[in-house]
Write a protein that binds this ligand. Sequence first.
Ligand code: NAG
Ligand code: NAG
Length: 358
Amino acid sequence: MCPVVWGIWFSLSSILLWGAPEVNTSWWYMGAMGSRVICDNIPGLISQQRRLCHKHPDVMQSIGAGIKDWIRECQHQFSHHRWNCNTIDRDHNLFGRVILRSSMEAAFVYAISSAGVVFAVTRACSQGELSSCSCDPKKKGSTKDNKGNFDWGGCSDNVNYGIRYARAFIDAKDRKEKDARALMNLHNNRSGRKAVKRFLKLECKCHGVSGSCSVRTCWLAMADFRKTGDYLRRKYSGAIQVVMNQDGTGFTVANKKFKKPTKSDLVYFENSPDYCITDREAGSLGTAGRVCNRTSRSMDSCEVMCCGRGYDTSHVMRMTKCECKFQWCCAVRCRDCHETVDVHTCKAPKNADWLDQT
Ligand SMILES: *[C@@H]1O[C@H](CO)[C@@H](O)[C@H](O)[C@H]1NC(C)=O
Ligand SMILES: *[C@@H]1O[C@H](CO)[C@@H](O)[C@H](O)[C@H]1NC(C)=O
């Protein structure tokens, strides 16, 4: 991008920075800075993170550029929920006050952001974009799996480097503080970092006489980030509520009837707000105006999404492809058709809510 645009952009962003109180700023804010990272211009980096940033500006760039990817994944996972992982413009914390509460949603965001850093750094290593790492140097020589012997070849994703880097960078802040929330964060951050590693898979190429596969070269590759997103989403559903233990050094499960959290589980302290109405304190946007599904029976049903307030229906004209015909050879030709579909959106609460929005 040309320097003038950047100049304008930076002065704009510094106006934003001056305008908002600097509470709880986080490295997440780097996402707003796109792939251009200037260590001293990022609010919210603590000294240790700033040091790492100066030492490895290229890694910071990958982390910054990766932020939109894990946010998109978070929004995909929660698109049918009342809380939909919405980000808040101009908020240094990106997700607003939702994150301040020690809820399941906060647990999920911490986990997926940590996973996102691991993924972004590891991928950048493999693509040769970073000076401090490359493909996994340990994957050399030959070894075997259940199908027999193979040679390591190609580029194995160096996920351990990604994990180490994410730990050093993200957990820089709270590793010393031992309050309850820091313990919760540490746990969920680690759970997220390790999630990526679960979806490393062995990919192989066959060699040998007419594809006999008598010789194989293989490498370890990370799966699509969607896999990690789906996994953490399941972990969110099974997140375990915990309380601090007596001496304040760790936590135990809140309800003795439930199982103890393992390292891969997500943990949280506080129940969530219902996210039905706008509540600035809780960081809830409310569901007024959200699209709901009249026939669904799950979270996106109009009943659940609109919290019993009812919904409005509008007819929306849509363009679709229709009367598609296969033409020899090889094309499919369609006509553009118009169809009207009903779109249902949640009503706003009758009173009080609009007061809150002013
Ligand atoms: C966990 O991750 C969050 C968000 O990435 C970060 O702000 C925090 O410092 C990390 N570590 C702990 C222990 O909270
Ligand atoms: C609404 O939910 C039903 C049942 O789950 C599903 O089959 C349908 O595709 C959904 N409609 C939309 C527009 O998402």
